[in-house]
Design a binder for this molecule. Structure first.
Ligand SMILES: [Zn+2]
Length: 123
């Protein structure tokens, strides 16, 4: 699971509608996998990313390369886009878990795939 995917996941347990994002990554194993950089894609993602959540998640993973606030010139800031590319597209969570900050539901990640399925009583 790439960090860009994590940035789009929120808890979907029934009744858990507030403070359910970002899911807290715990006990994760990370792996870097090179991917071709596509600046247009990154520029397009800038408007969709929850940037504060991304920075907070990175800090918990001890990844401290991103500026705390989105640079005003982010779209044309080559250095920033490269860092962003490396973090959201090349950093993969191979295993671990994600815990909802609101209801504490735990979603496991195995072989790089998050299990977002819920038990019947949670749907
Ligand atoms: Zn929840």
């Amino acid at each position: 699971m790439r960090l860009i995917t994590h940035n789009m996941l929120q808890c979907h347990v029934r009744g858990c509608n507030a403070n359910n994002f970002p899911l807290e990554l715990q006990e994760v194993v990370l792996e870097q996998e090179e991917a071709e950089m596509n600046e247009d894609f990154l520029r397009n993602m800038l408007g969709k990313l929850e940037y504060d959540a991304l920075v907070a998640t990175c800090h918990k993973l001890d990844i401290n390369d991103l500026p705390v606030t989105l640079p005003e010139d982010a779209q044309y800031n080559e250095e920033f886009l490269q860092i962003l590319h490396r973090i959201i597209l090349e950093t993969h969570v191979k295993s671990g878990k994600m815990v909802c900050p609101n209801c504490n539901h735990t979603y496991s990640i195995r072989d790089g795939i998050p299990n977002m399925l819920l038990a019947e009583h949670e749907v």
